[in-house]
Design a protein around this ligand. Structure first.
Ligand code: HSE
Length: 439
């Protein structure tokens, strides 16, 4: 059988990795796919660099539309990233009856509903394993491996840049700004790191996982996003003393609030007990914890970025698409795990309604009655205390009091913090970090 023809849009780090792994393992991949997979065309801004990677055999063009409109191309591999022109290119490829493989989480989180609807109508596949957690086959696991289950929650370290920064802050006791600068110098963080450090990249990935875990549309706009740029080294240290690690977690969970079911969709720094495996995921690694009713808890770990780990996911999609290209579209695995007519209409819950535990740090004038005031306010709000840490008084007899609460609703904690900040012996604002036991 003739090889299937793929056209790459972009040949940066992931594109080059994809090309090299396809070349290196071509025989193994052909045996798996049932036919060869050939990169027949590449669109690249830097055509000379592209030619150095693919040689003279592969056609290199400057215009990505030349790839999506070429009748010889069966699969378009979108590795350009960003919203536009990626969206237009993917929709054009679909309109031309081509299958699409993409690593573009931002595109899918924001425009996935439109893209999957177009693909469904045209009977083509849009595969996106590389969009979430790089080389970890978490999309395959959620969509197919766990299809017997009612999935209850997904919680993950799904951004390597921030995990690297948090690991360094903890190991070396450095502050956020210093570590970010080092991470940029080492090439771990982008020159513009905003999407990574402010949690947006993780929220894109979480939005995609929530859609396939629960059979809901992509609802990025409903996600709650907090990054790590405000996190202070002192809180990482206190958390350690209390037996916790702070990680940037993406959490999505089915929850019932006042009798109605909804979905939590949130990214924020989170205290996790040190004893949990996921708390020990360090450096730029990713991990995703899935809780489901039949299988229980499963954990997926690996490299979330990089040329060949991401290429591994892109090529797995190419193999899937090659195997299923001739199959009746109704017999394929649905794009978002559930059949399009069977999607659930569950609302994303406002953050104020979420139930979780909290780490609170209050900077106080160390005087008689401070602790009594804090505990009274929390008790009046119905918030139960799990642990308290009080440090030695320092400058001007001021000190930190750290309180770990049991689970409560976010709105009750917010109200209590408002009252605590009005106390005359409380200095500045209360630091509030959410805590998940993940038990
Ligand atoms: N920038 C991402 C990270 C990798 O740091 O994990 C690509 O999604």
């Amino acid at each position: 059988m003739k090889p299937i023809k793929a056209g790459l849009l972009g040949i940066g780090t992931v594109g080059a990795g994809t090309y090299h792994v396809l070349q290196r393992n071509q025989e193994e991949i052909r045996r798996r796919a049932g036919r060869g997979i050939e990169v027949a065309m590449v669109a690249a801004r830097n055509m000379e660099r592209a030619r150095r990677i693919v040689g003279e055999e592969v056609e290199v063009v400057a215009d990505p539309f030349a790839v999506v409109n070429d009748p010889e191309i069966d699969i378009v591999v979108e590795l350009i990233g960003g919203y536009e022109p990626a969206r237009e290119l993917v929709l054009q490829a679909i309109a031309n009856g081509k299958h699409v493989v993409t690593a573009n989480k931002a595109l899918l989180a924001l425009h996935g509903n439109e893209i999957f609807e177009a693909a469904q109508a045209k009977g083509v596949m849009v595969a996106f394993e590389a969009a979430v957690a790089g080389g970890i086959p978490i999309i395959k696991a959620l969509r197919e491996g766990l299809s017997a289950n009612r999935i209850e929650s997904v919680a993950g370290i799904i951004n390597g840049t921030t995990n690297f920064i948090l690991s360094e802050m903890r190991d070396k006791g450095l502050d956020f700004g210093t570590v970010l600068k080092q991470a940029q110098e080492l090439g771990y963080a982008e020159a513009d790191p905003t999407f990574d450090i402010e949690g947006v990249d993780a929220a894109h990935k979480l939005t995609i996982m929530a859609a396939i875990a629960f059979g809901i549309p992509m609802q990025f706009a409903g996600s709650h996003i907090e990054g790590i740029s405000q996190l202070q080294a002192v809180d990482i240290r206190y958390a350690e003393q209390l037996g916790y690690r702070i990680k940037l977690l993406g959490i999505t969970r089915r929850t019932v609030v006042d009798g109605a079911e909804g979905i939590e969709l949130r990214v924020h720094p989170t205290l996790i007990p040190q004893a949990r495996l996921i708390a020990n995921v360090e450096g730029a690694m990713n991990a995703v914890l899935v809780k489901a009713d039949a299988v229980g808890t499963t954990l997926y770990y690996g490299k979330g970025a990089g040329a060949e780990p991401t290429a591994s996911a892109v090529i797995a999609d190419l193999v899937d698409v090659t195997r299923l290209a001739t199959v009746d579209p109704t017999s394929r695995v649905p794009h978002l795990a559930f059949h399009p007519g069977e999607m659930a209409d569950l609302p994303i819950l406002p953050m104020e309604e979420i139930r979780t535990a909290y780490y609170l740090r209050v900077y106080v004038q160390d005087q008689l009655g401070v602790m009594a005031d804090l505990t009274r306010i929390l008790a009046e709000a119905g918030i139960s205390i799990d642990a308290v840490l009080q440090k030695e008084p320092g400058e001007k007899a001021r000190t930190d009091i750290v309180i770990i609460t049991h689970q409560t609703r976010e709105k009750y904690v917010n109200a209590a913090i408002g009252k605590i900040e009005q106390l005359s012996h409380v200095v500045g604002q209360v630091v509030r970090i959410r805590l998940e036991t993940l038990g």
